[in-house]
Every structure is written in C-alpha cells, then in structure tokens.
Design a protein around this ligand. Structure first.
Ligand SMILES: Cc1cc2nc3c(=O)[nH]c(=O)nc-3n(C[C@H](O)[C@H](O)[C@H](O)COP(=O)(O)OP(=O)(O)OC[C@H]3O[C@@H](n4cnc5c(N)ncnc54)[C@H](O)[C@@H]3O)c2cc1C
Length: 349
C-alpha cells in the first residue's frame, strides 16, 4: 500500500457524511473510528425548509483525518507496510504486465498484482491507460470548515438554493455537516450538465451558501477554519478500463462515487473490498484469472445507481431540474423522494 502525504500537512477538521453501510463495513473491518450520528436532514431553500427524520444509524459524520488515521492503523495491525509521503511515479512494466512502481522516494516496489486507488485525478491510473468518458457527466465539488456553536446538533442541512455570481439559481446542492465537536463542514456540489460548468466559481458559490445558512447553523461565515480546492469528481462508472491483466482500479480512480449525491466513501470501501477479494483469489490460485470478476462484481453492486444517475444528471442540469429541486424544501413528498433518490437514504417509519 502506498500513500502520498504532504510532509508538513496541517491537521484537517474536514468531515464526511457516510451512510450506515459504510460505517458497518468499517466496523466489520475493525477500523476503529468514531461517528457523530445524524438523526434528521433539513432541506432548505432560503428561509423555507422541511426537516425529515432518518432511520437510526442511517447516516454519520466522521472526521476525515480520524478515518485516515484509523485506516492506516488497521493496515499496520494486519501486517501491511504503509509508506507515507511516497508517491508512485512510474509503472514498472515487464512484457506488457504491470509489476510494480518506481516511487518518489527512490524506492522500487515490486508487485505481482496491484490495486490502483490514487483518487479522482488518478495520474498513475492514466499511465496505465484508464480514461474518463467525456460523454458521461461528472460532478464538481468543494468544501471548507467553520467553527459552529451548533456543531453538537444531529441535523444535516441540505441547501437547495445555490446561486451563480449573477445571482441566478444553480442546480446542485450544498451541505452543512455538524461534526459533533465544535465545527461544521460545508460544501457544494454541481453536476457537469449545468450550463458553462467550467466557468462557475465554486468557491464563491460555497461562500454564498454558507452566508445564507450561517445563522441557522451557528457559524461565522467570515472566519473559515479551512477552505478546500474545487475538485472534479468522476462518478457513476465513467472511468474505464478498471482492470488490466495484473491490476484493478478502485475508488475515485475508478469512478465509484455515487452519481447523484457525490458520496464516495461507500463506493471506495466497496471497491477496495472487492479488489482485495479478487487479488487474494489470484494469489491463492497462482493465476490472474480471478481479477476478471472484479468488473462484473462492481457493476452488479453499483449498476442501479449508475443508471439512475445517467438519466437524472442531464435533467438536473436542465432548467426543469433546477426549478424542481427546491420543491423538497416545501413539500414532504418531494423531500422524501429526494432523500430516497439522491441520497439513497431510508426514512424513519
Ligand atoms: C469537496 C468534496 C466533498 C466530499 N464529501 C464527501 C462526503 O461527505 N461523503 C462521502 O462519502 N464522499 C465525499 N466526497 C467524495 C470522497 O471524497 C471520495 O469519493 C473519496 O475520498 C474517494 O476515496 P479514494 O480513496 O478513492 O480517493 P482519495 O480519497 O482521493 O485518496 C486517494 C489517495 O491516493 C493518494 N495518491 C494519489 N496519487 C498517488 C500516487 N501516485 N502514489 C501514491 N499515492 C497517491 C492521494 O494522496 C490520496 O491519499 C467528497 C468529495 C469532494 C471533492
């Protein structure tokens, strides 16, 4: 396992929203990370809003750094060497097969099989021939962290009133996640199907979203603790191929994030587990044939959401979708439909 980290990277307060399935997967893997339980979602559109209760344990907020630390610890516990501050730079190819990588620290890693999980840009994956299909939509997202005196609440705010700098409404949504410990992570996500997506200043959209909801969420919009960079998120199986004769591609590198919500931890965990299984089978059998199951296994797990995403994202980017989305802040029927379709989340009965 290789991980690249900026040598003096500051501690991040950023949090992720993860679903119950991901949390259960982490517990089964004995990854010891605490989650702040979310009991309701509030859809907001300017001053209007509707709050809907979630089934117990349906969603949790976890601190990103705590999750990374717990994952690294668990890897070490089971005997994995974790190389920090080490970037895989050049693939080692022998007779057409990937057999390892040259690394930034002058280390040469030899590997019979490799799992490529180098994130959304996937520079290493690209050198092996992976590409993102231009005809399929992607998402752009950004987040940041603010101190909040309401961080202990258990309600996630979903903002359906994103605006462009021209003050025209913008499809997509914003979120404010209480961490349970003094801060909230705010973010916005916009589908590539909206007009002029490349020219949108997402930082400005985030700033405006936070200002609109600052009072309700108990935060001061002028003093963010940290601000991220705008990132392009490949989603819904838009990257291929996701396997070669001696490697498989997992996580954002293989576009496993959910196409509608942009939630990606669940797809990363799932693909990581499936990748581990086929690699273990290949080692046991002494042949690479089991790797071929990876693509079918991943497709069967994620195909339903991918199909919905390919239909819905173009509609969302259209004026009709942009005008329909805020209905969820005005009608419980629309709010419940949005929770089920976009967030694939169960409501409390
Ligand atoms: C703004 C924003 C907010 C989001 N919020 C949520 C959320 O609330 N909930 C959720 O579930 N998902 C969220 N997502 C999606 C989620 O972040 C990703 O889907 C998830 O992190 C993917 O995990 P990954 O391991 O595939 O990639 P990453 O988390 O990007 O990890 C890839 C790792 O590989 C390392 N790396 C890259 N290149 C190399 C190399 N050459 N050699 C060695 N290492 C390398 C990187 O440094 C990094 O550590 C969000 C995404 C964005 C952009």
């Amino acid at each position: 396992m290789v991980e690249q980290r900026a040598p003096n990277a500051a501690v991040s307060h950023r949090s992720w929203l993860i679903d119950h399935g991901s949390y259960r997967d982490l517990q089964q893997l004995e990854v010891n990370v605490h989650g702040h339980e979310i009991t309701s979602v509030r859809f907001s559109h300017h001053q209007d809003g509707i709050e809907r209760p979630l089934r117990g344990g349906a969603a949790l907020v976890v601190q990103q750094d705590a999750l990374f630390k717990a994952l690294r610890q668990r890897c070490r516990d089971v005997g994995v060497s974790v190389l920090e501050s080490t970037r895989a730079t050049t693939p080692i190819i022998e007779r057409g097969f990937l057999r390892g990588a040259l690394c930034s620290t002058d280390i040469e890693l030899q590997a019979e099989y490799s799992v490529i999980a180098d994130g959304a840009n996937s520079t290493f994956g690209r050198t092996l021939g992976t590409y993102r299909r231009r005809d399929l939509p992607y998402l752009v997202a950004i987040n940041g962290v603010w101190r909040s005196n309401l961080a202990a609440t258990s309600t996630v705010n979903i903002a359906l009133d994103l605006t462009r700098s021209s003050e025209n409404s913008l499809a997509g949504y914003g979120w404010l996640l209480p961490s349970g410990a003094g801060s909230m992570t705010g973010g916005v996500v916009v589908p590539s199907t909206v007009r002029d997506v490349e020219s949108i200043n997402l930082l400005q959209v985030l700033d405006e979203m936070v200002r609109t909801h600052a009072f309700r969420c108990g935060l001061d919009p002028d003093t963010p603790l940290e601000l991220g960079r705008e990132r392009r998120l490949p989603v819904g199986g838009s990257v291929s191929p996701i396997l070669g004769p001696t490697f498989v591609v997992a996580g954002d590198a293989g576009s496993t994030a959910d196409p509608l919500s942009g939630i990606g931890v669940s797809g990363s965990l799932l693909s990581g587990r499936l990748a581990g299984e086929v690699v273990a089978d290949a080692i046991d059998e002494g042949a690479s044939a089991p790797l071929q199951k990876y693509s079918a296994n991943l497709t069967s797990a994620l195909d339903r959401r991918r199909r919905i995403g390919r239909v819905m994202l173009p509609i969302l980017g259209h004026k009709v979708g942009r005008l329909a989305l805020p209905l969820a802040a005005h009608s419980t029927v629309a709010a419940d439909a949005l929770l089920r379709s976009t967030f694939d989340t169960s409501l409390r009965r």
